[in-house]
Every structure is written in structure tokens, then in C-alpha cells.
Design a protein around this ligand. Structure first.
Ligand code: HSE
Length: 308
């Protein structure tokens, strides 16, 4: 059995417009890397962090909290040193905390000969996600672990449905370099939702799931509308409405906020359209003083993986 491992823990898009807290998908082109080493000394230690300022204490670090949840449940006869190479900026809305939470438990599970299933790992990863966003939502951790599109059927007990990915589906993302904390972006949401809006929303979730199963791109397009969350959160994102209308004009199937923002995502049929959408997004932000980063990616159907 190996004593060290290097893994890639991918970025993810949660909510997917209509599926607040239940839908998500996994990206290919950006993710964190981690090296995890089995040690004789017991316990979990974070020994290196590159890419951003995060606490080294395992109890205060998302990666460490999920690792400790698994470690304490199993109590193995060894310990682990973890090196984190953070590529996804915290507060970007593309699942930074989920990638941190998933990476450590996946790597440790591999080094221990896979004592746990993916659904078990999800339970541990949720503990890490919860300290970052102050809620145990699984719509980033599930696609990071399973890959592709996932639906969180239930948090307690944990139940995840893996949804098929149409082969020509691409995502384009713009990440304006401002930070929006998930906890704050959750706090501005209303406690109650008008029934009329709820009906529109669950019709969209149902039809999006059907469209993904049947690779019906027209129906994907008709389903990618968020009647409930986007009107509140879009106010936190500069130029959101402009980006959205330019992106839809460029041929995207739909466009909305990625997770809790500020990143904005668009789904397209085919890479060519996804690249045109990228250039439309850039065009809006190039004229502002806000730095930004864009990504074009096929949907990653594999999820977290070993790279060495
Ligand atoms: N579903 C969560 C939210 C995802 O929108 O708050 C956070 O990335």
C-alpha cells in the first residue's frame, strides 16, 4: 500500500440556477492539489499551504476538520501530514471549501485501502464544508466527490443521486475577483418563498433533471432559470445582468450565479459556443476596474482523483 499520494480536488458549480442547495456539477479546468503522507506519528498535521493564507491548525482549517472527522471515526494506527496547494480562491463561488474538504478525506481513504465508500466520505467532508459556510449544504461536496451532475436527495440521511451528463455540455465561468462569503450570501435570502415562485422553481428542477437524462439541450435551456435566489444575490455581483444578457446573446443555454457567487456560470452546447460565451463575459468585465479570471471546461464526470 502507498505511503503518499497526490490528488486533484476539482472546483464545482452549485445550485445550477434552479436547484438551490440540491444541484451541482463538477469542473475540469480548475481544482486544488494536495499531497498526503502517511506517518508513524498519530494525528493530522497540515505541513504546507501554498496559494492562499489559511490556518495551519487542523481544527480551524476546512481540510483539517474533514480529515479529523474521518480520522476520529476510524482511529487508524498511523497519522497524516497534508500539503495543500490551493488553486481555487476562497469566496469565489466555485466550491473552494468543498475542494478542501473532499481532498483530504479522499486521499486518506486511498492511503488506508478504501475503508469508506464515497457516501461515507461525503459525511466527513460535510463537517469541513460546514465550518466554512456555517451550513451543511452538500451541493458542492457531492459533485466534487462523485463527478458529473449530482442531486442531493437528502442530507439526513445522506442520499445523493448521480445524474447523467450530456456529452456536448460545456461550462464557461467568470470569476470577478471580489470575495463574497457564502455565510453572508445565505444570510440575505428570505425565510419564505411565494408559492407561485416555488411552483415555477420545482418545475424547472424536474425538467432540468429530465433534460440531462435525455440530452435534451432545448429543455436544458428552458429549465435554467432561478426564480428565487438569483434576484437577491445578483445585486451583490457587479455587472451581473449585463454579463447574463451578453452571454445569452452569444448562444449559451443558460446563465446564473455559481454557488453563492461572485462567479457567474453559463452552460453551452459545444466548445465553440462556450468559447464565444467566454469572450462575451470578458468583454463586459474588461471595461471595469475589477480583475477577473475566466474558465472554459467540459463537465468533469470523474470528480476528485489521484494524480500521483
Ligand atoms: N448552495 C450553496 C449556496 C452553495 O448557494 O449557498 C454555496 O457554494
Amino acid at each position: 500500500m502507498k505511503n503518499s499520494i497526490k490528488i486533484f480536488s476539482p472546483a464545482t458549480v452549485a445550485n445550477v440556477a434552479c436547484g438551490y442547495d440540491v444541484l451541482g456539477f463538477c469542473i475540469d479546468s480548475i481544482g486544488d492539489e494536495m499531497c498526503v503522507f502517511k506517518t508513524e506519528e498519530k494525528g493530522i498535521r497540515i505541513t504546507k499551504i501554498e496559494g492562499c493564507e489559511l490556518p495551519y491548525s487542523a481544527e480551524e482549517n476546512v481540510t483539517g476538520v474533514s480529515a479529523l472527522a474521518m480520522y476520529n471515526a476510524l482511529n487508524p494506527d498511523c497519522g497524516f501530514n497534508i500539503e495543500i496547494y490551493k488553486k481555487i480562491k476562497p469566496g469565489s463561488g466555485i466550491g473552494s471549501s468543498a475542494a478542501s474538504a473532499v481532498g483530504s478525506v479522499f486521499a486518506m481513504n486511498e492511503l488506508l485501502g478504501q475503508p469508506y465508500s464515497k457516501i461515507d466520505l461525503l459525511g466527513f467532508a460535510l463537517k469541513g464544508e460546514a465550518i466554512a459556510s456555517k451550513s451543511e449544504h452538500a451541493d458542492n461536496v457531492a459533485p466534487a466527490l462523485f463527478g458529473g451532475f449530482t442531486l442531493v436527495k437528502s442530507i439526513s440521511p445522506l442520499q445523493i443521486l448521480e445524474i447523467p451528463t450530456p456529452t456536448d455540455l460545456y461550462v464557461t465561468i467568470i470569476h470577478p475577483q471580489i470575495e463574497i462569503k457564502t455565510s453572508e450570501s445565505r444570510a440575505i435570502l428570505p425565510d419564505n418563498v411565494p408559492l407561485e415562485k416555488a411552483i415555477q422553481q420545482w418545475a424547472n428542477v424536474g425538467s432540468l433533471i429530465h433534460a440531462l437524462h435525455t440530452s435534451d439541450y432545448d429543455l436544458i435551456k428552458e429549465s435554467l432559470t432561478d426564480h428565487i435566489i438569483e434576484p437577491y444575490r445578483s445585486q451583490l455581483i457587479p455587472h451581473f445582468n449585463e454579463v447574463k444578457s451578453e452571454v445569452l446573446r452569444s448562444g449559451a443555454l443558460g446563465c446564473s450565479i455559481s454557488g453563492s457567487g461572485p462567479s457567474i456560470f453559463a452552460l453551452s452546447k459545444g466548445k465553440e459556443t462556450a468559447l464565444m460565451v467566454e469572450s462575451a463575459m470578458r468583454q463586459v468585465y474588461i471595461n471595469t476596474k475589477i480583475d477577473f479570471q475566466t474558465y472554459v471546461s467540459k463537465i468533469n464526470t470523474e470528480g476528485v482523483k489521484i494524480i500521483k
